[in-house]
Design a protein around this ligand. Structure first.
Ligand SMILES: Nc1ncnc2c1ncn2[C@@H]1O[C@H](COP(=O)(O)OP(=O)(O)OP(=O)(O)O)[C@@H](O)[C@H]1O
Ligand SMILES: [Mg+2]
Length: 403
């Protein structure tokens, strides 16, 4: 635990930048001159200051938009408006989301009540009267602020490193689960191709035979070729259906959720038929949403594939998957329910864990549900939940519309 906490070592302090940037926001020229004089030639942790001057809150905003490595801003309260300084603080913290810059308000006069109220209400680090900032006090304020700023920056870097590491791990898992899903899809594609290929092959053999025995009837020859063409068209349509799914890193597009479910089911329709699985759809009116089509498709395929595996494993007779959609002003819901035997109490808590699978290695990596959860929570602004009872399992996918 202790190696996660970083202390800035005052003596061996090193950093990439040569000077510390300090922003002075005041509409009185004198305040700029006095402050600059007071801090002139002073070193802070072996480094000089680069004092940037802004004569108004507006000017300060423009500077802050471009420069994000400012350790401290000393801000006057009353400038172009009576509370321009406070508005600037709000802007820095809430609009620019800059939480590392240290903010010290400087004003003509104040009361302690006002001071406390302002520190609480506005996210500032200190509140000083202008007269209070003698050169010595100013030096201490700047020094403390820089130290805090360095500490925050260091922590932020650590947090970023950990977040990046986690993101990379998830990306790797995403690739793994995607290639597993693709493997399954290729198997299904091969399956869908078998029928038209068999027809074309039979056709060609018949044509060859009729050529060999010199028994060519132009009409039937033409018919056979036409039949082959229809089958070839079918093959190419199947490829088109699958092609989109193989694209990676696709951008968000506006899709009709019901149509997306239909397309996903079409991809594996032959497998449904072969395994005697009946699909019942119960859609609400057209639901449009801007989202990542392939991600959502992967989730739907993963869920119906799980139902399919459970039907086979539990040897269920009447196999039923019902898919319904719902919508309200806040979210969209996709509900996938099967009667494949349910999920036992022993494993219920674990099914969303990475690599948890009750299938043998060849049939399951145990990433399907974990990745569905990650994709929904991290990319689609949603979540996934499950209920199992009376030998049936219901997965609910929720995608938030707001935000
Ligand atoms: N509809 C379901 N009915 C019964 N059990 C289920 C259902 N969905 C998931 N499970 C259980 O949850 C486990 C985890 O599912 P998950 O999709 O994460 O992995 P998997 O299907 O085993 O492997 P993968 O999806 O990576 O091929 C499954 O092994 C299975 O035991
Ligand atoms: Mg699965």
């Amino acid at each position: 635990m202790s190696d996660k906490i970083i202390f800035v070592d005052e003596d061996t302090h090193t950093t990439k930048y040569e000077k510390y940037n300090i922003l002075l926001v005041d509409d009185e020229e004198d305040m700029h001159n006095i402050t600059k004089m007071a801090l002139k030639h002073k070193l802070f942790y072996d480094r000089e200051l680069n004092i940037i001057s802004a004569m108004s809150a507006f000017e300060a905003k423009e500077i802050l938009k471009k420069e994000n490595d400012i350790a401290l801003a000393l801000i006057d309260v009353i400038m172009e408006t009576p509370q321009a300084g406070l508005d600037l603080v709000n802007y820095i913290r809430n609009k620019l989301n800059n939480n590392s810059i240290r903010l010290v308000l400087r004003t003509g006069q104040t009361s302690h009540v006002l001071e406390e109220e302002i520190i609480n209400k506005y996210d500032i680090n200190d509140y000083k009267e202008k007269t209070e900032l003698t050169s010595e006090k100013l030096y201490t304020t700047v020094r403390t602020s820089i130290r805090q700023y360095e500490l925050i920056k260091n922590l932020q870097e650590k947090i970023d490193d950990v977040t990046n590491e986690l993101n990379n791990k998830n990306k790797l898992l995403m690739k793994q689960s995607r290639s597993a899903a693709m493997g399954e899809i290729i198997t299904m594609l091969a399956h869908q191709w078998r029928q038209p290929l068999a027809t074309i092959s039979m056709n060609n053999n018949n044509l060859l035979l009729s050529l060999e025995v010199n028994n060519i009837n132009i009409d039937s020859f033409k018919k056979s070729l036409e039949l082959s063409n229809i089958q070839l068209k079918e093959l190419s349509e199947i490829i088109n259906d699958f092609r989109d799914f193989f694209k990676s890193d696709t951008a968000d597009v506006i899709i009709d959720i019901n149509k997306l479910i239909d397309e996903s089911c079409d991809l594996i329709n032959t497998t449904f038929i072969d395994n005697s699985i009946k699909i019942i759809k119960n859609y609400t009116h057209k639901i449009k949403i801007k989202t990542n089509k392939n991600d959502l498709m992967q989730i739907i395929l993963s869920l119906v594939k799980n139902s399919m595996d459970a039907f086979i494993k539990n040897n269920i007779k009447d196999r039923l998957i019902s898919i319904s959609t719902k919508e309200n002003y806040r979210y969209i819901k996709i509900i996938i329910k099967d009667n494949a035997g349910g999920i036992s109490k022993e494993i219920f808590e674990k099914i969303f864990d990475p690599y948890f699978s009750t299938k043998n290695n060849r049939n399951g990596t145990g990433l399907g549900l974990y990745m569905s959860k990650i994709i929904l929570e991290m990319h689609l602004n949603g979540n996934i939940s499950v209920i199992t009872k009376d030998k049936s399992t219901t997965f609910s996918i929720l995608i938030n519309k707001l935000d």
